[in-house]
Design a protein around this ligand. Structure first.
Ligand SMILES: Nc1ncnc2c1ncn2[C@@H]1O[C@H](COP(=O)(O)OP(=O)(O)O)[C@@H](O)[C@H]1O
Ligand SMILES: [Mg+2]
Length: 368
């Protein structure tokens, strides 16, 4: 084979350097390999050289150190008020349903065409409000956007900031926002409804009003180069004035059957060889769940498979059995059709779905 650039010793050496985490050593080694590779594959050689040049460790490390030093803290408790994440990793490949997908992509396109917009005297979308049930991807979208833009994500958990003494919250929020404007980052105000939840406590009403006013002014005057994201599980609790100020509202729906199917394929993995008919039947019984519920269930089943040897096909079939009663007859028939396609006998389909043999015979054509 002529496309092996590294022998096994080289590979082990590279892994050792990478795990030791010394960038200067890794860069030196990549340069060395690049010279070797360039002799028989100039394109890959060039790519490696560029990689080694782009990673400028001293500058990045200094910048990061400086930014972290300046992260705002609560003056009394000295607790950090925000988290700066500049090496964002996503735990899953996000599945964006329409219209979420179109809106998030719109934001990225506008950023890519920043200059063209400026030329036409327009600013790109600066502020977005994410709404939706827990576990549908609001926080994931914040990470995904920051990662796609190559910017660090500054996350503020408003519930945590506000649990401190309310009189200080105004100052704390102002400090966070000033900081966010001073560094190149995506700001994410999570649990924005925390601002509204305390409204019923009369003694705090005045202070809260001032807070909301601060926030409204900030949303209005947020600089075009920055991006402000906010998320809430309870949009109805928010002051309508806050809603109106955001450039874009993104409502995250619960996953539909197509998305559930995509999530299952992605999380179960092809290598498990679960029959297609079973995977097609599952979205019908799992409808109404959030992405994070689905992820938790699938992870649990996969753990059971490894730890107790329960075959995934069996545990997924059991899952159908447990949830089948909440379905309408039409949905049960659809499940039965898919299970028949998956090769289950009429008798098994009957005991799983509770449909009569006659109904099954009428609706489900056996392939073999
Ligand atoms: N759209 C999605 N696509 C794929 N996985 C998702 C999606 N939404 C949520 N998840 C899974 O659920 C987890 C929790 O989602 P999160 O974004 O924190 O929900 P929330 O809307 O409450 O902020 C994610 O880390 C991911 O594993
Ligand atoms: Mg969240």
């Amino acid at each position: 084979m002529d496309n092996i650039y590294l022998d096994s010793d080289g590979l082990v050496h590279l892994a050792r350097l990478a795990l030791a985490g010394n960038r200067a050593d890794i860069v030196a080694y990549v340069r060395k390999i690049a010279r070797k590779v360039a002799r028989f594959d100039p394109v890959v050689g060039e790519q490696l050289v560029t990689l080694a040049q782009d990673s400028n460790p001293s500058r990045n490390a200094m910048l990061r150190g400086e930014q972290l030093d300046r992260l705002p803290v609560d003056l009394d408790s000295r607790l950090q008020l925000a988290r700066l994440d500049d090496e964002i990793s996503l735990d899953v490949l996000p599945i964006w349903q329409e219209p979420v997908k179109a809106k998030l992509e719109q934001v990225l396109i506008e950023r890519a065409k920043f200059k063209e917009l400026a030329f036409a005297n327009l600013a790109p979308t600066r502020s977005l409000l994410f709404t939706g049930a827990p576990g549908v991807g609001k926080s994931l979208a914040a990470k995904w956007l920051a990662k796609s833009l190559g910017l660090p994500l500054l996350t503020v958990d408003l519930a945590a900031v506000m649990s401190s003494f309310l009189g200080r919250t105004g100052n704390n929020i102002r400090n966070i926002l000033d900081y966010a404007k001073s560094v190149d980052c995506v700001l994410f105000l999570d649990e924005l409804d925390a601002l509204a939840k305390r409204r019923d406590d009369v003694t705090e009403v005045g202070e809260l009003k001032r807070l909301v006013t601060v926030l409204l002014q900030e949303i209005d005057s947020w600089p075009a180069h920055g991006l402000m994201l906010a998320a809430t599980n309870h949009p109805d609790l928010l002051d309508p004035a806050i809603w109106r100020r955001f450039d874009m509202i993104v409502e995250f729906p619960l996953p539909n059957e197509v998305s559930i199917r995509a999530a299952l394929s992605s999380w179960i993995g092809e290598e498990h060889e679960v029959p297609k008919g079973l995977l097609d039947a599952l979205p019908i019984v799992l409808s109404g769940m959030s992405f994070s519920d689905l992820k938790r269930i699938i992870s649990q089943l996969r753990r059971n498979q490894v730890v107790s040897g329960v075959a995934l096909t069996d545990s997924l079939t059991l899952l159908i059995e447990q949830r089948i009663n909440s379905l309408s007859k039409a949905e049960k028939i659809e499940v039965a059709q898919n299970l028949t396609d998956a090769g289950l006998s009429q008798r098994s389909v009957n005991s799983l779905t509770g449909l009569s043999r006659d109904t099954i015979r009428k609706h489900c054509e056996t392939v073999n």
